[in-house]
Design a binder for this molecule. Structure first.
Ligand code: SIN
Length: 522
């Protein structure tokens, strides 16, 4: 829905409103329904307009002795900013979560021996990533969850989380049926990521950071926003903007190598794991090589992989669509925005500090990812924390709440093109203080609007989130994980802490822990 919302209003009552129809949202909705709660799930798109659908590589899942190694790999990738307790708790719950998904009908690929196949991706010390349809894991996860038949109100966008002195009172929704008021003591934000902050991303058009803005406006805290993961291998096109096809890391897991235009390895001597180094390392190595050569893409050589098209049917189709045959040709690739490692601060059950406000999936910051997410830990987190959030919603069910008005406050608007141009120019794989200051100036030049369409809501969410991200990125005067400052290239132990951002009483965004920031950075 992009036009003005009809003037009429509708009302509903629920124990839990879930915002988002991807892996975390639908898992939570199903769990809460099974626990006896009245659940209303809203999604601004349709049944397959989710980031979940585009996940290729798989689900990182470990059991037995491998749990410790999986935890260690996650902590190593996270650059010192993971919450070790959250990591262990989520990783250890992965096998049961995947079993539940398989019981629901999700079908994972199996080898000739009949066992579930496992591949490797960057930063993993073992083959522990299960996959479906070759490189269509997310699509199979979404299919299985959609088939579970949870009712979802599609075409309905969350506009405001309403709170009162006791916490969440409900949600205001914009939909084809008009403005909706949902009275509910618990709202779960499962809105996905923020890829649309950038001109080019692997994320779908709906990845407009809605949950970050809703949470900030409801009084919650966000953290680690400066750590945006750029996937190293996104299919390159000179004029490629919007959602770009991913070339899964699993392609390198099966033996493909990254080379520059001279045929030289991009990652040798950069990291002991070479092309299978953690994602931030590989993206930075590509960015450095491109700067050195003055070029705009490198190549993935996957010609040595037997049975490529059967193992990677989605990637094969994306390549063939632009005249590249991965069996015979080098695949042109460049980094593009892929995943937000930070988000709304929650515990490992999705609880924020605002009573009744939950967040799960990419929008949340549980502490699993730290400064750089380990590949294929995201579907894992969506399944595990989604289920826990569904159970956490039981805590306030039965609490009577009343939303008294459906007003939407004025908000700061800036054109989406302007946000995307600025973030791409100044807050990408590498940043520096000058560029971030320039971005702050542009992002500060806003117009006050009262959003009345979904597009306007999205624009406001992008503007808010861009400002919060740039604030955190300019405050963090070091390089760590996905945050590389050319003017502060070293990792600084004093900075081994997350940065929290909140809305101040005067409406501005502020870093809340400035007193703990190294003095030289202020
Ligand atoms: C990929 O298949 O490379 C993406 C997996 C992920 O983002 O975890």
């Amino acid at each position: 829905m992009t036009g003005p919302v009809p003037a009429s209003t509708w009302e509903a009552h629920a124990d839990l409103v879930v915002v988002g129809g991807g892996v975390a949202g639908l898992t939570a909705a199903r769990t809460a329904t099974r626990a006896g709660l009245r659940v209303l799930t809203v999604s601004k798109g349709g049944p397959t307009d989710t980031a979940t659908v585009y996940a290729q590589g798989g689900i990182a899942v470990s059991s037995g002795y491998d749990v410790d190694a999986h935890v260690a790999d996650t902590l190593a990738a996270g650059g010192g900013l993971c919450d070790e307790q959250a990591v262990r708790s989520i990783v250890a719950a992965g096998a049961d979560a995947v079993t539940a998904l398989a019981d629901l009908g999700a079908v994972f690929d199996r080898g000739r021996d009949g066992r579930v196949s496992r591949t490797r991706e960057g930063g993993h010390s073992a083959r522990r990533i299960i996959h479906a349809g070759g490189d269509a894991t997310g699509a199979e996860v979404q299919r299985a969850l959609n088939a579970a038949g949870m009712p979802v109100l599609f075409g309905a966008a969350a506009a405001r989380v309403v709170t009162d002195a006791n916490g969440v009172a409900g949600l205001i929704v914009l939909s084809d049926r008009g403005i909706g008021i949902v009275h509910a003591p618990t709202v779960l934000l499962a809105t996905g990521g923020l890829g649309q902050l950038y001109s080019c991303s692997t994320n779908p058009p709906g990845a407009t950071a809605d949950g970050i803005a809703l949470a900030l406006d409801a009084g919650a805290t966000v953290a680690d926003l400066e750590f945006v993961q750029f996937h190293p291998t996104v299919l390159f096109a000179a004029d490629g903007v919007g959602r770009r096809p991913l070339i899964s890391e699993a392609v390198r897991g099966e033996g493909a190598v990254l080379v520059d235009s001279h045929g030289n390895s991009v990652t040798s001597r950069v990291h002991p794991m070479g092309d299978l180094a953690p994602r931030d390392v590989v993206s930075k190595a590509i960015a450095a090589r491109l700067r050195a050569l003055g070029e705009d893409h490198v190549y993935l050589d996957a010609r040595g992989i037997d049975g490529f098209s059967a193992r990677f049917p989605t990637i094969t189709a994306s390549c063939l669509a632009v005249g590249i045959d991965p069996v015979a040709d080098l695949i042109p690739v460049a980094p593009a925005a892929h995943y937000s490692c930070g988000g709304v601060v929650t515990d490992a059950h999705g609880r924020t500090a605002v009573s009744g406000l939950l967040a799960a999936g990419e929008v949340a910051r549980t502490g699993l990812h730290g400064a750089n997410r380990l590949a294929s830990n995201s579907l894992l987190e969506g399944l595990v924390v989604g289920e826990r959030a569904g159970l956490a919603a039981v805590e306030r069910s039965g609490t009577a709440t009343q939303v008294r008005d459906a007003d939407l406050p004025e908000a700061a608007w800036i054109s989406r093109e302007s946000v995307q141009e600025n973030m791409t120019a100044h807050a990408s794989v590498v940043r520096d203080g000058g560029g971030l200051s320039a971005a702050e100036v542009v992002l500060g030049d806003t117009t006050a609007i009262t959003p009345s369409t979904v597009t306007e809501l999205e624009d406001v969410a992008l503007a808010t989130t861009a400002s919060a991200l740039v604030l955190a990125a300019s405050t963090r005067t070091e390089s760590r994980g996905c945050h590389t400052r050319l003017d502060h290239p070293d990792t600084d132990d004093d900075w081994r802490r997350p940065l929290h951002v909140r809305r101040s009483p005067d409406g501005t965004l502020a870093v809340t822990d400035l007193d703990r920031v190294p003095t030289g950075a202020r």
